[in-house]
Design a protein around this ligand. Structure first.
Ligand code: HEC
Ligand code: CU
Length: 322
């Protein structure tokens, strides 16, 4: 569903209370900065056009021993105006930072965001352990309610940034940072790692899908279910997946319980794979399983040189994970 929040990402257009406060400030700073450059350029041009000393030399044939005074007021007024503008924007900055520090209402849910080179793990937290689940690179949230995020990293520093919904937040190894964001309209909002984190940093994107609360609860209920049981031909695919891929990937309800790579329990519910690098289609999924290193060189998933028949069986099995 394309919305104004679809790519390309635009931080000057906001879709939530927090992002709106930031976007307004950003526009004001932008206009102020352009005005400053324009005024300085005009005054410099005027100063060049109205220079005086050469005229004085031409009139008398001698250099003046005294320059006409009277320019001081320009400096006084200039300093006063700049001081006002700077203090004003500083106050507005401080006000905005305080205003967005805490969510205006109680958050609807808490998502733990865990950064990995080069993908995003989302863990939906709950006081009830049976309500906790993991997904990757595509997070769903309800519209019109603040969402609390707790961010940390498994390796290097990353930065969580969804321009249309809010500010950047660093993911720092050994530390948990907290923040929140909110979307006021349904849609798919693209985010991007905003801190250089290694070779595939540019391919570390994410999508936040904001849905009506009813649609969100349906999505959450579907995510909480373990994987569909493999039957018939797929049983062989499930066994092969467990043997070849289960050390790194979890499919809840099967023996595959690896935690190094993304949880694939409901892989087919996601629109993209490999951190928004590829659309999730039969062709791209096959290509990714066959040779992830060609698509994302340096990625932490090795190219496994699977025989063609195994590849097809594993791919068909993954495509049953709705
Ligand atoms: C050594 C660990 C490892 C093994 C073994 C491994 N993977 Fe992965 N896999 C990863 C990592 C790490 C990623 C994330 C890569 C990225 O996006 O940078 C990944 C990503 C994926 C994705 C994309 C998921 C998403 O939502 O973006 C799929 C699908 C996948 N692997 C399937 C497989 C299959 C099928 C196998 C077995 C043939 C397999 N993997 C074996 C580590 C592994
Ligand atoms: Cu990065």
């Amino acid at each position: 569903m394309p919305t104004p929040a679809s790519p390309p990402m635009n931080y000057l257009q906001a879709f939530g209370d927090k992002a709106e406060a930031i976007a307004l400030l950003t526009w004001a700073m932008l206009v102020l900065s352009i005005a400053v450059v324009a005024i300085i350029a005009l005054l410099t041009a005027a100063g060049v056009a109205l220079r005086r000393s050469r005229l004085a030399v031409e009139d008398t044939g001698r250099a003046p021993i005294q320059r006409p005074s009277g320019g001081l007021s320009w400096i006084t007024v200039g300093v006063a105006v700049s001081t006002l503008a700077l203090v004003g924007s500083m106050a507005w900055n401080a006000y905005t930072m305080a205003a967005i520090n805490r969510p205006p209402r109680a958050p609807a849910l808490t998502i733990e965001v865990i950064g990995h080179q080069w993908w995003w793990q989302f863990r939906y937290l709950s006081d009830d352990p049976t309500q906790i689940f993991d997904t990757a690179n595509e997070a769903h949230i309800p519209t019109g309610a603040p969402v609390r995020i707790l961010v940390r990293s498994e390796d290097v520093i990353h930065s969580f940034w969804i321009p249309a919904l809010g500010d950047k937040l660093d993911l720092i190894p050994g530390q948990t940072n907290a923040s929140w964001f909110e979307a006021n309209r349904p849609g798919a909002y693209r985010g991007q790692c905003a801190e250089y984190c290694g070779r595939q940093h540019a391919h570390m994107a994410l999508t936040v899908v904001a849905q009506t609360p009813e649609a969100f609860h349906a999505w959450r209920a579907a995510q909480l279910r373990p994987a569909q049981r493999a039957t018939g031909d797929l049983e062989n695919g499930e066994a092969l997946f467990g043997a070849r891929c289960g050390a790194c990937h979890t499919v809840r309800g099967t023996l595959a319980g690896g935690v190094f790579g993304p949880d694939l329990t409901h892989l087919m519910s996601r629109g993209a794979i490999a951190a928004d690098t590829l659309q999730n289609t039969t062709a791209t999924l096959t290509g990714w399983i066959a040779d992830p290193q060609r698509i994302k060189p340096g990625a932490k998933m090795p190219t496994l040189e699977l025989p063609g028949t195994e590849l097809t069986k594993i791919r068909s099995y993954l495509q049953s994970l709705k």
